[in-house]
Design a binder for this molecule. Sequence first.
Ligand code: ADP
Ligand code: MG
Length: 313
Amino acid sequence: MVAKLELVSLSKSYGKIDVIKNLSLEVGAGEFFVVLGPSGTGKSTLLKLIVGIEQPDEGKILIDGKDVTRLPPNKRNLAMVFQNYALYPNLNVYQNIAFPLKMHRRRNIDSKVKKVAQELGIEEILEKRIQQISGGQQQRVALARAIVRNPALFLLDEPLSNLDARVRYSARSELKKIQEELDETFLFVTHDQKEAEALGDRVGVLHSGSFEQVAPYRELYENPGTQWIGDFVGDFPMNFIKNIGFRPEWTSIGDSGEHEIMVDTSESIGGIFFIHGTLKDGTSLILKSLRRYDVGDSVRFSVTRSRTFSEAP
Ligand code: ADP
Ligand code: MG
């Protein structure tokens, strides 16, 4: 079942904290949509509103055009994968996957559980207890428990963040593959830009309770809509001189360059150097360079490409 999701002017406060403010979004059927935002920006709250664990103060939630805002969670047919997976520790893998089917009194439970276990490569561990399997396997079990219900929409709350780096990369590409094969609608929230870049058809950047910009990651990077996005998106923030912004690689270093920095540090990443330095007026900048510079070196450079923002820096 592949559904589209519409959020219309959603707001949610906890006491005096306005977590979600007038947030609107349309996620297309079959889209992998990533919500990106630093910790504490309301990503989990947003998912809880959609799944129905929390109620919005204002606004509407539509799934395939149907208003579900006031429906209880079990009437929305959505599956949520939580950050800690929320698996039942006293049940084995098989029982965990079968649980929602039993609860909803579905038919053919055994064949459904075995089919999804086979698809996710966990058929060998069905009899194991949750404590006996690895984090990566737990993530797959949580996903299997979601898939087996054939939900209209998958909501995933930072499901990769508890995994070790190695497992996280393989789990990430596996997740993308699974979503492409299922061709279902995924709403995936994360604070991790690499995940947003690798997974999202589009990425919505959450800031101050609503989306600052919604676009494919590449566009957020190349063509940030606001200075805040330029600063937030990317391994390094965009550099700003007056009202122009430029990436570390949108520069050319050379003696005839129009600007000059004094070098603070050279950082080597994958054989390329990122030179952190300061302009005469104290502005900090980062330039990409093929060679290392020493602290206190003077480096001249020109900006080869830039983006102009209307607000002052
Ligand atoms: P994220 O998932 O992006 O880290 P959350 O949605 O968990 O952010 O939280 C957003 C803000 O809402 C935080 O300031 C958090 O303290 C607050 N918050 C979340 N849930 C509650 C709650 N049940 N009661 C009060 N404040 C909450
Ligand atoms: Mg969260």
